[in-house]
Ligand binder design. Structure first.
Ligand SMILES: [Zn+2]
Length: 444
């Protein structure tokens, strides 16, 4: 059983008592009490020594982490007022409820909404609706091109002034190389980051599954890994030419990892992310032809997955991001060919990262938490992602050992397209605090 509990914060004095406090931003990893006053981190000290509180949360045996940051979330709600929200796969309210249930206190909302988020008004609308929902902080990502149509640049400066934290045409690449470079030049001029969905549309055209054994087994057209590798090569080159910081979304292939490694060692201003599904699943998951495993980029081979995992371990991939992509049951029921790509990820992410990265010894807990907090914060220059004194008290309390079974029926997300249903996992979010307010609590 889970439920939301609100009403803490403001001037309340809250003590998270006796937990393992891990804050990679400051190198802290110690057992103690964390005190929150007026919505901010006030003190960290020896357990039991920090005095009375309005509320004490027993965190013994638990990890006290900065709230997680997800640079890649689709909230589906259109960035305009009015309209019918009943048929949507997700809304800002349900998506942020899913975020805090998964331990995420800050999420970046992607602009491939209908209509796309490509104006200052749309960005301002998303910010306001996010604040009204009052759960995770919502940071809008503006479209790179007008209407996300890939024909002319969008007004990046106006969107940045309205609060956009980055720019992306996620869902597709900007195919026109000249336009892509022009957009990167504009982003560089205003000090903005471009988040790139790297997929060469010509090479990927018509594909449904990863090129290889699954194209034969399922009789479906393939998407070659070169479609991603070529696009990552182009994005890295353009980042250097334009002097623009480029963040590569959802890296899925060994070739892309190699391109990134080369570009980074040559000094290109690039960063990258990996998703839970590209770390924990291979294209073999598609054998049963279930559309829940259809994602973009597609699930890849075991050797691609191993390369992506190794890139997370050695830091070639800087951070983890869910690419939470809700779809309605009706849309996903159209079958493997017609169903839209995408899986939800916010509420299963931590447990899947534990399975794919912590349990095999790829990352320890401080490394995993760094990939979920300070690393994504640095990529976008956010002040979040730390338990430093005086910082906003965005905190996630984790039971690292609690076993549970992933059951999308219990999710706060409106969508159910979770590829991990039925998995027996470990690692559960117990409390999530935003600005010192307990916005999620697992009362199981
Ligand atoms: Zn994408």
């Amino acid at each position: 059983m889970t439920r939301l509990r609100q009403g803490y914060g403001g001037q309340a004095r809250l003590v998270l008592a006796g937990g393992r406090i891990i804050d990679p931003a400051s190198g802290r990893d110690e057992v103690g009490d964390l005190v929150i006053e007026g919505g901010r981190i006030a003190r960290i000290g020896a357990a039991g020594k920090l005095g009375e509180a309005d509320r004490t949360i027993d965190c013994r045996g638990r990890i006290v982490s900065p709230g997680f940051i997800d640079l890649h979330v689709h909230l589906r709600e259109p960035p305009i007022s009015g309209g019918d929200r009943a048929g949507l796969a997700e809304t800002i309210a349900t998506g942020t409820a899913a975020a805090v249930a998964g331990g995420f206190t800050t999420i970046c909302a992607m602009p491939n909404t209908d209509p796309p988020m490509d104006s200052a008004e749309a960005v301002a609308y998303y910010l306001r609706r996010g604040r009204e929902a009052g759960l995770a902080r919502v940071l809008p990502v503006g479209a790179m091109t007008r209407g996300r149509a890939g024909r002319e640049p969008a007004d990046l400066a106006a969107m940045k002034a309205a609060g956009a934290v980055a720019f992306s045409d996620d869902g597709s690449d900007v195919a026109d190389a000249k336009l892509f470079e022009a957009v990167l030049h504009r982003a560089a001029a205003i000090g903005a980051v471009a988040i790139c969905h790297c997929e060469d549309a010509r090479l990927a055209a018509g594909g449904i599954v990863n090129d290889g054994p699954m194209t034969l087994a399922l009789g479906l057209p393939g998407i070659p890994s070169e479609a991603e590798t070529a696009a990552v090569e182009r994005a890295c080159r353009a980042s250097t030419v334009a002097g623009c910081r480029v963040h590569i979304a959802h890296v899925s292939t060994a070739g892309a990892v190699e391109s990134l490694r080369r570009a980074k060692s040559a000094g290109a201003p690039v960063t990258a992310e990996a998703t839970p599904h590209h770390l924990a699943l291979t294209h073999e998951a598609l054998r049963g032809r279930e559309s829940v495993f259809k994602v973009s980029p597609p699930l890849r081979s075991a050797s691609d997955v191993a390369a992506v995992v190794e890139a997370v371990r050695d830091g070639t991939i800087d951070c983890l991001a869910t690419d939470h992509a809700p779809h309605t049951a009706a849309a996903k029921a159209k079958g493997l060919v017609a169903a839209p790509p995408g899986v939800i990820g916010l509420e299963s992410a931590l447990a899947v990262y534990v399975r794919a990265l912590v349990e095999p010894g790829v990352l320890d807990w401080p490394d995993l938490i760094a990939c979920l907090t300070v690393h994504p914060a640095r990529i976008l220059g956010l002040t979040a992602g730390t338990l430093a004194m005086g910082a906003a008290a965005d905190v996630t309390v984790i039971d690292p050992d609690e076993p549970w079974v992933i059951d999308p029926a219990h999710f706060a997300s409106r969508a159910r397209n979770c590829p991990f249903a039925g998995w027996k996992v470990k690692g559960r979010v117990k409390q999530t605090l935003v600005g010192g307010r307990v916005v999620y609590e697992d009362l199981a």
